[in-house]
Design a protein around this ligand. Sequence first.
Ligand code: NAG
Ligand code: NAG
Ligand code: NAG
Length: 238
Amino acid sequence: MLRFAVTLFAVITSSTCQKYGCLEGDTHKLKPSPEPNMHECTLYSKSSCCYANFTEQLAHSPVIKVNNSYWNRCGQLSKSCEDFTKKIECFYRCSPHAARWIHPHYPAAIQSVPLCQSFCDDWYEACKDDSICIHNWLTDWEWDESGENHCKNKCIPYSEMYANGTDMCQNMWGESFKVSESSCLCLQMNEKDMMAMKYLLSESSEESSSISSSEEHACQKKLLKFEKLKGEEGEQTR
Ligand SMILES: *[C@@H]1O[C@H](CO)[C@@H](O)[C@H](O)[C@H]1NC(C)=O
Ligand SMILES: *[C@@H]1O[C@H](CO)[C@@H](O)[C@H](O)[C@H]1NC(C)=O
Ligand SMILES: *[C@@H]1O[C@H](CO)[C@@H](O)[C@H](O)[C@H]1NC(C)=O
């Protein structure tokens, strides 16, 4: 009971003292705020680091380009692969939690955001037959004078570029993401993230590589409850 009270207190203080604002990217706000009229990335509409107008570019399929970055340099992405690419774009641009993992040297970048293994595996499955010419999105494009990206290397299937979901998650965006050892204290870019964040925010700020087993346990219990609730509501999670 005491542990519970302490955890709760940590959650409350960390969310009230605004320790984390937004990243310092060119589309980021200073602080997250509600964006009720978002076209995409609605997971973050209650508290968003992007303006609703940013998401207009993501609202039509196929997405051709987002802020000068063309997504179709190796041909149009399949719908399923595009959906995952959007989830990543939305997280980076709009999530009020991204700054929890701000890169120590590049305030526009993130480092080691814990993704769930299942999310990475599903993402890989969705994209494996699509084509790609970069191994690392952050460093491998050739940028022209108007700020547009071009392939330096030839287009090959994702399945040739990356061995598996882990390889893809941990390389496609440089150091931005890592695959978590936990199946609960990790992000998967859906409603369950809000619950995982409660525990991830209460983790000590020192880089703790091992996850406390009591937090893992509490998270798993909460996840089960959440899934049961969703099941009873008969809601299709999307
Ligand atoms: C998007 O909206 C914000 C605030 O409403 C505004 O400051 C910004 O200039 C807009 N950006 C574009 C590209 O329209
Ligand atoms: C991205 O879009 C924002 C407005 O939404 C603009 O201020 C910024 O300069 C753009 N960045 C690039 C690299 O085009
Ligand atoms: C994924 O690929 C990496 C890099 O090739 C490899 O080290 C790792 O064992 C693979 N993981 C699985 C689960 O196959």
